[in-house]
Design a protein around this ligand. Sequence first.
Ligand SMILES: C[S@@+](CC[C@H](N)C(=O)[O-])C[C@H]1O[C@@H](n2cnc3c(N)ncnc32)[C@H](O)[C@@H]1O
Length: 306
Amino acid sequence: MEPNQFLKIESQVSSRVGSYYGLDEAALLTSKEDFNEIFNHFKDSSVYVELGSGHGHGPALFAQAFPHKKAFGIEFELARFKESLRLKSHFFLKNVDFILADLSVCKIPLGDVYFLYFPTGPILDRILKVLGESSHDFQLIAIESHGDLLPRLDREDWLTRQFEIPLRAERHYPNAVIYKKMSLKKVSFDDYSFIEKLFEIQDDDGSVWIGESFGMSWCKENLYNLQFPPRTINQSQILRVLGENDISGFLKELNSHRRKGLISFETDRGSFLGEIRKIFIRPSPFIELSTGVHLLFSEIISLKTP
Ligand SMILES: C[S@@+](CC[C@H](N)C(=O)[O-])C[C@H]1O[C@@H](n2cnc3c(N)ncnc32)[C@H](O)[C@@H]1O
């Protein structure tokens, strides 16, 4: 593609999480040579599904190489999706469908081979849950993105590494790694990252605080980074997952304000401004602000976004 054409498309891309905004073409997209080399190993596959299909090169090349087979590409950035549609009509491809959708919520088509050059985090956790719990078997082509995708996939005991294909483009890991689904995925702790639950979490000193499951991401071994509050926890610190009835109205209010950033508090001791970090519930209920200030639940008169 002409460098100017690539830049024109990319200038319309948002900077939301996962969009890879601001990368050059070689870093953002798998090269045509690499796609062709990979597809040489999938001549027996019938349905190719690319999750996060960028400018649509992968599905379009698959559809061109195998006119009697089917390809899908799912992408949430409109400018990249439009470029994919342009390719489809330019090459008169009838056997490829591009879908403008967010993989955090959308339906994933059934395929016998999936392609992932994708960041780790809650959306990948969701993709793995959907694919792992579906009854059909498939292969998964993975290209390392930041150094954590392959370790993350290796943790899934229902996926087994099959073989590797050397890549020409410079990547964090030099080969595409091919996995095969060997069994059904069991329920796992990672499944909490894309649903809204509250955890009771215990620190070494015995105090217990509330953290959100939504947005957490696996870091290494049993360690997870929470998004709300931004803390690293060991899975063994989690005492329980709270149900709707376990949460008081005030705790719900505090927790909903935690996502909003700066909050101003009126208390008996005066006014305080800060982001809510840990919400402690035992031994005594208080919140820790980003400024280091502690406020007892009982001394908070009112709170609001400034
Ligand atoms: C590193 S690029 C790879 C593009 C393409 N698969 C390739 O190899 O050439 C990852 C793509 O995933 C897309 N993506 C990230 N998060 C997504 C989401 N939640 N839903 C749909 N697409 C997403 C990004 O917009 C980006 O185009």
